[in-house]
Ligand binder design. Structure first.
Ligand code: AMP
Ligand code: ZN
Length: 463
């Protein structure tokens, strides 16, 4: 298995710490707002990596947090807490907001057939762990207290910027948008581990700590949850490319200083979903969610299909035309698959040949578009038995999760009947007896099935 490791900036062979086992952490949503389809593209990328590893036989432990405290309106330490701001605007409590958007998130997550990670933990539930880490960082002088807050001292590290390509001077205040000068910080790159004093002191959720009543910074939650549930050594940690700096950079700094050794070997990042005005983001106003697409009559899996047809490391531009196109292509593909007749004739060699091709293509930095092409090759292969084709596609769908074979929905008896009628109709058409051919079409339609003549033959549309 190979995929791009942001830390080494190359596509690398994946070697887990413990043979056959993978500990994989995904940064979860900030639940102050709906997660848009851009966020969901990121989770689809993670889902494919998760399912590919399982398909290849790894025993995967996947962990994800839910950010319900500490993420400020700027990804650095300035601005108001996103949760508090949202709660104030809607006159609700922070916990109500978190509960509502967490539910919405998992609804949409499931609509696109993402597997829920093995462990999901809200940030507010793990305060003891953050206190433990921060205490040690202070003891070992990786952190300091200034103006009532606890800060991580980035000058203690020689390689603070190792995850990014950026030079230190590109990161200073005034260069990056929305980052304010903080006179408490000894170096402007330093970041907050614990707030007891902030400009926005109306934080609803606060906890007792050795440094006063307060709340954690955003980055500490992912270090804390990951180390608590995955242990000291993590194999893969991922997020969107916007998480590389400062979030993941800061996670590495605090985790490795706390642990005293390298923490995570592979950093996996997904490129953004864009709209025609740039990166899709929640602060832009109306939020395009998976539920919204569904309410507009689109199949949520058409969105998944659209994502899988592009590479996770390439930006993808969303448009309704592209989504519509994607839905049409997916429906055609599903129709072709539903026309495969199960001949009960399984050929193991053929299965292994295509299955290995599928594995190889995913092992090669998750080439999902190519994996889909393999399905078309299977459909075209006249040497392949129907049963082998169906078994292959069913197996591939464990990773792709496009509901390519809806066994429950297909009535095999009905399918047989329809196929016989189609054959009869084709014969009449050959004889140019269109009247009879039309009568048969009507008969098929009376069974609740629509047929469509295409260049590749007759498509069955299950109503
Ligand atoms: P947030 O809820 O803001 O913490 O974001 C959740 C995840 O979505 C993060 O890992 C981001 O990197 C990712 N993300 C945010 N915007 C986009 C986008 N337009 N396309 C893809 N991923 C995104
Ligand atoms: Zn995180």
């Amino acid at each position: 298995m190979k995929f791009y490791n942001t830390l080494t900036r190359k596509v690398e062979e994946f070697i887990p710490n413990e043979k056959g086992k993978v500990k994989f952490y995904t940064c979860g949503p900030t639940v102050y707002h709906d997660q848009h389809i851009g966020n969901m593209r990121n989770y689809i990328g993670h889902d494919i990596l998760d399912k590919t590893l399982r398909y290849l036989g790894y025993d995967v432990l996947r962990i994800m947090n839910i950010t319900d405290v500490g993420h400020l309106t700027s990804d650095s330490d300035s601005g108001e807490d996103k949760m508090v701001k949202s709660a104030k605007e809607s006159h609700k409590s922070v916990m109500d907001i978190a509960k509502y958007y967490t539910e919405q998130f998992f609804n949409d997550f499931k609509l696109i057939n993402n597997r829920v990670p093995d462990i999901v933990k809200p940030a507010t539930g793990e305060i003891d762990m953050y206190i433990k880490i921060i205490t040690k960082l202070l003891d070992e002088e990786y952190a300091y207290i200034e103006g009532g807050n606890v800060y991580f001292d980035t000058s203690k590290l020689d390689d603070y910027y190792k995850l990014t390509n950026h030079k230190e001077d590109e990161m200073v205040v005034g260069v990056r948008d929305g980052v304010e000068f903080d006179s408490n910080k000894h170096n402007q790159a330093d970041f907050v581990l614990w707030f007891t004093k902030s400009k926005f002191d109306d934080q609803e959720l606060k906890w007792d700590s050795p440094w006063g009543y307060g709340y954690p910074g955003w980055h500490i939650e992912c270090s804390g949850i990951s180390i608590k549930y995955a242990g000291e050594y993590l194999d893969i940690h991922g997020g969107g490319v916007d998480n590389i700096f400062p979030h993941h950079t800061n996670e590495i700094a605090q985790s490795e200083s706390y642990l005293g050794h390298k923490w995570c070997n592979y950093w996996f990042h997904n490129e953004h979903l864009m709209d025609n005005s740039g990166k899709m983001s929640k602060s832009k106003g109306a939020t395009l969610t998976v539920t919204y697409l569904k309410d507009q009559g689109y199949d949520p899996l058409a969105f998944r299909f659209m994502c899988l047809n592009s590479h996770y490391r390439k930006q993808l531009i969303f448009s309704y035309e592209a989504l519509k196109q994607s839905e049409e292509t997916l429906n055609k593909l599903k129709n072709k698959i539903s026309n495969i007749k199960d001949d009960n004739n399984f050929n193991e060699d053929d299965f292994n040949k295509y299955n290995n091709e599928f594995k190889n293509t995913l092992e090669n930095d998750l080439n999902t578009a190519n994996a889909i092409t393999i399905i078309y090759n299977i459909l075209k292969d006249n040497e392949l038995s129907g049963n082998t084709k169906l078994k292959l596609i069913k197996s591939f769908d464990e990773v792709l999760s496009l509901d390519l074979i809806k066994e429950d929905n297909i009535d095999n008896e009905l399918l047989d009947k329809v196929n016989k009628l189609i054959e009869e109709r084709q014969n009449y058409k050959k004889e140019k007896n269109y009247e009879k051919a039309d009568q048969i079409r009507e008969k098929i339609e009376s069974l609740g099935v629509t047929i469509k003549d295409t260049r590749d033959g007759v498509e069955i549309i299950w109503n």
